[in-house]
Design a binder for this molecule. Sequence first.
Ligand code: ATP
Length: 218
Amino acid sequence: MATLIAYFGGSFDPVHQGHLATATELLTTLSLAKLFFLPAALSPLKTQSLASQHRIAMLKLAIQDVSSFFLDERECQRPHPSYTIETLRSLRAEYGTAQPLAFIMGMDSFIHLPKWRNWQQLTDFAHLIIVSRPDYDPDLSTELQEWLNNRRCNDRQLLECHPHGFVYFVTTHPHAVSSTDIRARIALGQNTHASLPPLVAAYIQQHHLYGATATNES
Ligand code: ATP
């Protein structure tokens, strides 16, 4: 029986097909028991972010048909800013010491890990699952590489047998879409049809988010 529970952190500003396709693929390839989307209140590394109630509303619309997808709103309910180490600490306290937990992030986020608060302690609370993104095969800093050497694992089973402690890299099918690109396209009135779930596109239109106007096709 699947035991690994994973949390997919991000701004989700807005959630898009790249997030959803990646999450769907991870459910299967990693045999996840559950996958929680974990929207950040306001990323300490990003200056602008849409009000969390809109990002949460779009996430709810995007995941409503997948029974293994859940939403965790704790970071949006916390005073700014939200630090992942605090989230993982609180999750570990809730689940207890034995439950295997993982935090999912893209490779583009992982290369900046040394900027995160108490980043070296993240694996004291959960495994890290690092997802490849198209055209992204960066050199890691020496500091990050050295930290990784003691934690990297290639055996998926280890993620289920241990509650935390490992870093696992997974290559998923590429989806060359980003929230930044989607926001720019919406502001220009361009079509974002292929990049957004239809209900999310409709929500953006209805609430005139990201500069959407009635004439946008998305
Ligand atoms: P932005 O363009 O605003 O930086 P984003 O599209 O990267 O946004 P985030 O909400 O910042 O989306 O991403 C949340 C997590 O999802 C990050 O770890 C990011 O690496 C990952 N991610 C985002 N887009 C993709 C994608 N197309 N394929 C795989 N992972 C993705």
